[in-house]
Design a protein around this ligand. Structure first.
Ligand code: HEM
Length: 463
């Protein structure tokens, strides 16, 4: 079956399928279209035709790195660097020698073993969150996504390059964070603009250049300070590993402009994704007291009255991790990634795709397939992602961290950080859903629950 026969909503002249997508809730629209048109459908967008795929048999082909590659497009790649500047891992092409070099240097510092070294820094920031919640007056609310973002931003900046944003001591974001957020909002806005519109928005471009210069300058300063420390520097963080690491294949290290791009990429890729995960996990626990109790019992058993959990304790929080994995099944905070075939290909033994066709793997639909997860696939239940079950699951059926060589390098980091933080919160606080919060999902580059506010009480038994 050729491209022309792939089903999909009827496209209007010029506008394509723009009216079929609710820009305020694109995930819901894409889920609805998947239900209506099936495992593969075609959408026409201002930037060209795109296939949206969520059928397990089709995804099985798309994850084959020998035949398919990551397509760098949309969102972040709108923020093209100036000529001669580097892009980070996330937005580089697989063929870029600097992607390969950085990937090879960074694999070890992002491995599970490396998390042992970062755990004390993760605890440092999680303690600041706990302190803040401990000191609230009765009746005060917490804004969950806002506090989770403080946590994840400060954690990646501290573990990444020894910098403290001190977000828990501020009401308004650090200027670096403000500039970064503005850049991300601009990237998002550009995905729905025609190229001519983008070129006409001169003021937006000027702001973008200013913000980029500001980010670059701060990171350059941090790098220069570290270099100035010479042998005395503690190079155990990600920055240190990048400054001293050498790629075995080429025998070369990373140039400073690339290290800078990686630092900024870690901040961008590493904070909203993980804060969205924690926010959704808290939401699901709040609405499912049975699972909340079980997670709390585990936190009590393994953490007890420990003030500063160790790497090994965090590893033993298996049910808490399961809760996070189930959260990523239903609410993958990076809900899609893009692929293309190197050559003409047939997928699922049926659909013929010409070389370089743009394909979007849409994980919220893949992750809700009842033939894989059972009749209650739409429901939150951490049994879905129990370790025994996941061990038997073909890997292409659960892809919250993408796939193959271009999968998320920060996966262990995110899970370690989120398990630790959720464990510490359960160990100390009772969560109160005083507003009977109704889930409203906000999607920018990533996904999070909007306006999610609760009250927290120090558990009477741990006072
Ligand atoms: C790539 C998801 C946390 C850094 C990816 C991809 C996904 C993803 C789906 C693949 C994107 C694609 O194929 O286009 C997530 C989720 C996270 C998370 C759901 C949290 C729950 C992190 C953290 C970091 C990070 C904490 C860094 C500290 C990266 C980088 C890449 C990436 C650098 C690009 C890797 C490459 O192409 O070589 N992530 N991520 N992510 N992620 Fe994450």
């Amino acid at each position: 079956v050729g491209l022309d026969e792939i089903p999909g909503p009827r496209a209007l002249p010029l506008l394509g399928n723009i009216r079929d997508i609710d820009l305020a809730a694109p995930i819901d629209s894409l889920l609805r279209l998947a239900r209506e048109y099936g495992p593969i459908y075609k959408l026409s967008t201002p930037t060209g035709d795109r296939l949206v795929v969520s059928g397990p048999e089709l995804v099985a082909d798309l994850v084959d790195d020998a035949r398919f590659d990551k397509l760098v497009t949309g969102g972040l790649s709108e923020l093209k660097p100036r000529s001669g500047e580097s892009v980070g891992l996330f937005s580089s092409k697989t063929q870029d020698p600097l992607w390969q070099r950085a990937h090879s240097i960074l694999m070890a510092p992002f491995s599970l073993q490396a998390m042992r070294g970062y755990t004390p820094m993760m605890v440092d920031i999680a303690e600041q969150l706990v302190e803040k919640w401990t000191r609230l007056n009765p009746g005060e609310e917490v804004d969950i996504p806002a506090d989770m973002t403080r946590l994840t931003l400060d954690t990646i900046a501290l573990c990444g390059f020894g910098y403290r944003f001190n977000s828990f001591y501020r009401d308004t974001p650090h200027p670096f964070v403000e500039a970064m957020m503005r850049m991300l909002a601009e990237a998002q806005a550009r995905t729905t603009q025609l190229p001519i519109q983008t070129r006409l928005r001169i003021r937006a471009q000027r702001q973008l250049d200013e913000d980029r210069d500001f980010l670059n300058a701060l990171v350059d300063r941090v790098i220069a300070e570290r270099r100035a420390q010479g042998d005395a520097a503690d190079n155990t963080d990600l920055l240190g590993r990048m400054l001293t690491g050498v790629d075995k294949a080429s025998g070369e290290g990373l140039p400073d402009h690339n290290i800078r791009a990686q630092c900024i990429t870690f901040l961008v890729a590493g904070h909203e994704t993980t804060s969205g995960l924690l926010s959704f996990a808290l939401y699901y626990l709040l609405k499912n007291p049975r699972y909340l109790e079980r997670a709390r019992a585990e936190a009590d058993e393994i953490l007890g009255t420990t003030a500063q959990p160790t790497f090994d304790q965090v590893q033993r929080l298996r049910y808490v991790r399961q809760v996070l994995q189930e959260t990523l099944r239903l609410r993958p905070t990076v809900p899609a990634f893009n692929r293309y075939p190197y050559r003409d290909e047939v997928i699922g033994g049926r659909w013929a795709l010409p070389a370089h066709t743009s394909i979007t793997v849409f994980t919220p639909a893949l992750h809700r397939d009842p033939s894989v997860w059972g009749a209650d696939a739409e429901e939150f239940n951490p049994d879905h992602t129990a370790a025994e079950r996941m061990a038997d699951l073909p890997p292409h059926l659960y892809l919250p961290f993408g796939t193959g060589q271009r999968a998320c390098i920060g996966r262990q980091f995110a899970l370690q950080e989120a398990t630790l933080a959720l464990g510490m919160l359960l160990q100390r606080f009772q969560l109160v859903d005083h507003l009977d919060y109704q889930l409203h999902v906000k999607q920018a580059l990533t996904v999070k629950p909007e306006d999610f506010r609760i009250q927290v009480l120090l558990r009477p038994d741990v006072r």
